[in-house]
Design a protein around this ligand. Structure first.
Ligand code: BGC
Ligand code: NOJ
Length: 810
């Protein structure tokens, strides 16, 4: 069952009912000002940091779900409704929500009135613009009373939802232009040098800024007094909960349409200029921002700018094939999701509150794989930010704050895979750009300027961190956990409320990770290549030697007969082995070891992947482990805390399915790889939306596994490494076009379902048009470059400005 459709021409997903199984959302903004917006206009916006600079209040775990947003109440002769359906839930004659790239347009129609609300953040500005068009579609006149409504958050979203004893007394507003502009200035009198405003480009009949007055005592969102009465109360908030509502009289002749532009903005004022006069805020910066978006022409121009921006970004990789679902994932939605992960990391979604998690060291490096071709200069900056939080011994804080760019211990440190991800990120950046200069960039440890050294030195510490932390079998120690945050082998937690990620009740040097071993072997060739490039021949040689040694160690101590082992626990017992009672096999080492090439020659790779097929594959994707843990194991940690089939305990982690997909292409099995991909790629799941339940245009982190009560149901959409890894899998391995250090590698491995296709790739200033005739056999490709046959699969990089035609038969 579907709840909408893709409109590829306009790069939109069109939701046709307000009753999707969960709020289906979109993101606005791509620089400093961001917003989340659901198909019912719910959500909130913030400046840079979803916790510390939040403009709109949002309620979590609320009933009904998704309360708080930009709401427009229309009173049509006593009949009160919202074009976004919420909050009144008055039935609509038609409803449509178009989520596009950086904007959302919601249109609702009832009893001869059509209202259409466009929301976006204009590039370069710190505001949400709301353009509201209201049309009378009847043959008689309409006299409407229209009320805008937003509720202010008192800036710090965590404090806002907990500290009522203070917050109910601090709220302050100012009102200007008869109510057309409403200012939110809570705490401006003291240490804040910023305020927010909500403006409409029209004269108003009234306004409200006090929530209780607007709703009425004990009323809820669905029937606010003011909207029912059809008249604003001109309330001035003092403490409690400040809001902003404009009251508009909208008289429409038959067929007439009127348009209003609202600006919901954020400004900062230099401390010395804070006040216009005592107690009155300096409104100049607000006026300047309002001026920029006070006409529909300005709105149209800004929307055009936004659309051009996306066309530019998306033109860096595109595919034309006969499979429209494939096209829309690769050309539109997957890169779009990658950019959202770049902006948000794991902070603000409808599964992440925006008050908990900052930027992950591991997460950010992986996200980079998905956005580096879109915004290479920003990827460069991100790499420097991440590396600056690294510790001198190569280890890392698990996360850092976007506002301060400093590492913090909120989710601890000592995740022993973290350091190696930095090499992954840097290698991907250099492959894309050829900017080896970044390796000489001077970067501090733990943000201490006195410790500055070259970025290459950081990579060296990363690489050697693994070598300096090997366990009894010569495999890397796992530390608190590796990629699987929930495999906590030194945690031993028996106390509720203790964090699995920050608690370490045992310190031992026994628990080892086969996954990290695979990563090490996978990243070693890149590290050695970069070392060599800088003239560190000995280091390169050492890296190659250690990698060969680790490869052997994996085959000796990390091989279980039919698949790769997962780990050794604190006591030296095997995890993920046929000897175990439960969870005999895990996905991560199968994917990563094969990606690294371990066992490809000796046949273990094929065996491991066949075991994945046999034991982990389901109709909705590949589960993380099988069988699930049926009870809590203190020696394993959080993984065994989840009921079977959910999250890391045998859920389908869409993040590591692409590792297996890539691994399958490495042994030439494109058909199987493509099949796996289609099971989790959201566009292919659209028809099963009643089962999947989340947005069919973006990946979710997890789909409930075969042992779960609700097999097939997705959770945690948008902010997940799934976006980047699936983009890598489909674009670089299935379609097979990937930048390498010395050229563009063209090596499709898709299976036979998609025959001919063309990939257009811009890289290092040149454009490559790659026409693929795909037999699906997965053999070595035959390439011609501008008509001349070449040997191998590496197309040398052309000069900036060149257009290169590549023909590929495979
Ligand atoms: C989740 C993991 C997540 C971790 C972050 C756990 O509860 O299951 O997916 O990475 O929290 O701290
Ligand atoms: C989500 C985290 O953000 C990611 O870093 C981790 O690898 C996965 N969960 C698996 O635990």
């Amino acid at each position: 069952m579907r709840f909408g459709y893709f409109d590829d021409k306009n790069r939109e997903y069109v939701i046709t009912t307000p009753k999707t199984p969960y709020p289906w959302i979109n993101y606005l903004g791509s620089e400093n000002f961001f917003a989340l917006v659901s198909h019912r206009a719910g959500g909130y916006c913030f400046y840079r940091d979803a916790r510390l600079r939040r403009l709109m209040r949002y309620r979590y775990n609320n009933v009904p779900t998704d309360m708080g947003g930009r709401y427009f109440y229309i009173n049509d002769g006593g009949d009160v409704w919202n074009p976004s359906f919420a909050p009144t839930k008055a039935a609509l004659d038609s409803f449509e929500c178009r989520h596009g790239l950086g904007y959302t347009r919601i249109t609702g129609e009832r009893k001869g009135v059509r209202a259409s609300l466009l929301m976006f953040v204009p590039p370069g500005h710190t505001a949400e613009v709301h353009e509201l068009r209201i049309k009378n579609t009847t043959a008689g006149p309409k006299n409407l009373k229209v009320f805008s409504f937003i509720e202010w958050c008192l800036w710090n979203a965590y404090d806002d939802m907990t500290n009522y004893q203070r917050n109910f007394s601090t709220g302050e507003v100012e009102i200007e232009r008869g109510g057309s502009t409403i200012y939110h200035k809570t705490e401006y009198r003291e240490r804040r040098d910023h305020y927010a405003f909500y403006n409409v480009n029209a004269e108003v009949a009234g306004f409200d800024t006090d929530r209780e007055t607007f709703f009425g005592l004990y009323n809820d969102w669905s029937a606010p007094d003011v909207a029912l009465k059809g008249a604003s109360s001109k309330s001035v908030a003092s403490g409690w909960s400040p809001i902003a509502s404009h009251g508009l009289d909208v008289d429409l002749a038959p067929g007439e349409e009127k348009t209003f532009v609202f600006t919901l903005g954020y400004v900062e004022v230099p401390r010395a200029d804070k006040w216009e006069k005592p107690g009155i805020i300096n409104k100049k910066p607000a006026h300047a921002l309002i001026e920029k978006f006070s006409t529909t022409e300005q709105v149209a121009a800004a929307m055009k700018g936004l659309s051009d921006h996306w066309s530019r970004l998306l033109s860096n990789y595109s595919v034309e094939s006969t499979d429209e679902k494939l096209n829309r994932m690769v050309n539109i939605w997957n890169p779009y999701q990658c950019m959202v992960t770049f902006n948000m990391s794991r902070s603000a979604s409808y599964f992440e509150t925006g008050i908990g998690r900052g930027m992950g060291f591991r997460d950010s490096n992986q996200d980079l794989l998905g956005f580096v071709h879109l915004v290479p200069e920003r990827a460069r900056e991100r790499i420097i930010d991440i590396a600056s939080t690294q510790f001198p011994d190569g280890s890392a804080y698990h996360q850092y704050q976007p506002l301060t760019k400093r590492g913090n211990n909120d989710v601890g440190s000592g995740f022993n895979d973290d350091p190696l991800w930095l090499i992954f990120g840097v290698a991907a950046y250099i492959r894309e750009t050829g900017d080896y200069g970044i390796l000489d960039e001077q970067v501090p440890f733990d943000n201490d300027p006195k410790t500055k050294t070259s970025l290459f030195e950081h990579l060296k510490r990363s690489f050697n961190y693994t070598l300096n932390n090997l366990g009894p079998h010569g495999l890397p120690l796992i530390g608190r956990a590796d990629w699987n945050d929930c495999l906590n082998l030194n945690c031993f937690s028996e106390t509720p409320d203790e964090s699995f990620q920050t608690t370490g009740n045992r310190t031992g040097r026994t628990a080892e990770s086969v996954f990290i071993a695979g990563m090490f072997v996978g990243v070693a060739p890149d590290y050695a290549f970069l070392a060599e490039k800088l003239g560190f021949t000995d280091e390169a040689k050492k890296a190659r030697g250690e990698s060969a040694k680790m490869n052997d160690t994996i085959l000796k101590h990390g091989w279980d007969g039919e698949w790769f082992l997962r780990a050794y626990d604190f006591f030296g017992n095997k995890v993920g082995s046929k000897e175990n009672k439960e969870s005999q096999i895990f996905i991560e080492p199968q994917g990563f070891c094969v990606m690294a090439g371990v066992g490809v020659e000796g046949g273990q790779a094929k065996k491991a992947l066949d075991s994945v097929k046999e034991r982990l594959d389901t109709k909705y994707g590949i589960v993380l482990n099988n069988t699930p843990y049926s009870e809590y194991h203190v020696e394993l940690g959080e993984i065994s805390s989840y009921p079977p089939g959910y999250k890391e305990n045998a859920g389908i982690f869409c993040h590591n399915n692409p590792w297996v997909i890539i691994a399958e292409t490495m042994i030439g099995r494109g058909d199987r790889a493509f099949d796996y991909w289609k099971k989790i790629a959201p566009a292919y799941l659209e028809e099963q939306s009643e089962v999947h339940r989340l947005e069919p245009y973006v990946y979710a982190q997890m789909i409930a596994g075969k042992d779960a009560v609700r097999h097939g149901e997705a959770k945690n959409s948008w902010l997940t490494g799934t976006a980047a890894w699936n983009f890598v899998a489909i674009s670089q391995y299935l379609l097979g076009v990937r930048p390498d250090f010395d050229g563009l590698r063209v090596h499709p491995c898709m299976g036979g379902e998609v025959g001919k296709f063309t990939v257009t790739r811009k890289c290092r200033g040149a454009e490559y048009r790659i026409n693929v005739k795909n037999s699906g056999k997965g053999a070595a490709p035959k390439l011609t470059v501008d008509g001349k046959a070449i040997t191998g699969d590496l197309v040398p990089y052309a000069k900036p400005g060149a257009t290169v035609i590549v023909d590929c038969e495979v």
